[in-house]
Design a protein around this ligand. Sequence first.
Ligand SMILES: N[C@@H](CCC(=O)N[C@@H](CS)C(=O)NCC(=O)O)C(=O)O
Length: 218
Amino acid sequence: MTETKNGTRILWGAGSSRTMRANWMLQELDLPYEHRPIRSRTGETLTPEYTRLNPSQKIPTLQDGDFVLTESAAIVTYLGATYGAAKNLCPPTAPRERARYDQWCFFVMMELDANALYILRRHEDLKDVYGEAPNALKTARDCFARQANAAATRLAPAGPYVLGERFSGPDILLTTCLVSAISRNIELPGLLHDYLKRTTVRDGYKRALEVNRPKPAA
Ligand SMILES: N[C@@H](CCC(=O)N[C@@H](CS)C(=O)NCC(=O)O)C(=O)O
């Protein structure tokens, strides 16, 4: 069942930590949606139909009725704000709490994802496309490790989740980056491993992992 009040809910994208974020929030919220598991670098993001939705030609993209939204952090936040009340997954509304929520989102997306993981993706996994860049790889690994320590320092007094007692959108963003880092053999402080035990045990995470798994080519 994918019908919403204003049309159909569709999530485009599978197989990456960025698509995992959107799938995970949809699963946390138990929202029905049609999943179109297109993948990067297959040409599926380059079709005219998809480019109309997302001119960046990247995944994920959410269609929620007539509303089209890209950027994984924005999708997670929108879904929480729109449908999160029953599950206590709305972003905070008080200015300082909301600022803390935003701080975590921007920190994870810039310092962990864009400044480190995405560089590793480009110059390690996709070096044939983007070229070898050993110095950039080293810097990206060091940068991730340093900022992971910063995350642990901030998390320690807040815990068990980034905003304190309640799980929220930035936990999805942070968890996906930490899981990616582990898969790249980046060492993390023990406190973050404990944190991951709390977030990855969630049913929503486990269901999203299944949904987000790349589908074999037909
Ligand atoms: N900032 C974007 C990044 C999205 C992104 O880079 N997606 C990658 C897959 S992980 C992609 O679609 N790449 C397509 C390509 O470069 O061809 C987000 O968080 O949603």
